[in-house]
Design a protein. Structure first.
Length: 270
């Protein structure tokens, strides 16, 4: 019983102190908080206090569109939220890929050329997928930044007509500043050299600069299988018994049966 308890504790400690587990846990917590903030910061017209008949509008009242300008502002709010969700989907997918394939190693160099040489260990297909998801993240991030700037300007114009003064302005600026902070981090991540992969969610700005040990095991296993397959193929031509069947003869020994077609082929080759 004690051995089972000790083994369970050891396994739990191994999982908890595993770098991949800690990174995924941190990413999950940060993503949950950021998605909530992102929705509030995107739907500015809905969540910023506004004036309705000398009182604060409810969420339902904010959904109503008294003017065409107000309606356009709401539409841009939803488009902005959609673009940010796409950006976050690419960001999460990119982070998962980095955690799975790469490793944070503070004992080796982190420059673009050195990391690129280590990436050559990976399969070409896997390496291309890593670059592709990083590229998608860049494109969606630039698009989301442009849309959000447009949204902030238009929402500010709409809200100004229903402003409660400092209360409206403070909430508006707070939401804007959150996204400014987010986009500043995103800009640092996407404006790097090809082989530089910064994390989007770890508390300190760390760089994935090495191959994950599990990937190394997979690569070695694949190379071993390929090597064995080549050895079998290379030695197959020298094995006469594998090419021609044989039978036992009376009195001991055996004879190799060579078909007429094989004999003719051999003679023609000669």
């Amino acid at each position: 019983m004690n051995n089972l308890y000790d083994n369970t504790i050891k396994r739990l400690e191994k999982v908890i102190y595993n770098q991949d587990f800690q990174q995924k846990l941190t990413m999950t917590l940060n993503v949950t908080l950021e998605i909530y903030r992102m929705m509030i910061s995107s739907l500015l017209i809905l969540f910023i206090p506004q004036k309705c008949d000398n009182d604060i509008c409810s969420l339902t009242e904010n959904l109503e569109s008294p003017t065409q300008k107000y309606f356009i502002g709401l539409v841009i709010n939803y488009i902005t939220m959609g673009s940010l969700l796409i950006m976050y989907m690419c960001e999460i997918r990119r982070e998962e890929k980095l955690i799975k394939i790469l490793e944070v190693n503070n004992t080796i160099s982190t420059d673009n050329e050195s990391v690129g040489k280590r990436l050559e260990v990976l399969d070409l297909e896997k390496r291309n997928k890593l670059f592709l998801i990083d590229q998608y993240y860049q494109y969606t991030s630039y698009f989301a930044i442009v849309i959000y700037i447009l949204n902030a300007i238009l929402s500010g114009i709409v809200i100004q007509d229903y402003s409660l003064g400092n209360q409206t302005m403070m909430v508006y600026l707070t939401n804007i500043l959150f996204m400014v902070n987010k986009f500043s981090n995103v800009y640092i991540i996407i404006n790097t050299d090809k082989n530089i992969f910064f994390s989007a969610y770890l508390n300190t700005k760390v760089q994935f600069n090495d191959i994950d040990p599990r990937e190394i095991v997979k690569i070695r296993r694949r190379k071993t299988i390929e090597h064995n397959a080549r050895e079998i193929e290379r030695t197959r031509g020298f094995c006469l018994l594998e090419k021609h069947p044989f039978r036992l003869v009376e009195g001991g020994g055996f004879s190799i049966e060579i078909s007429t077609s094989d004999s003719d082929n051999e003679l023609s080759e000669k």
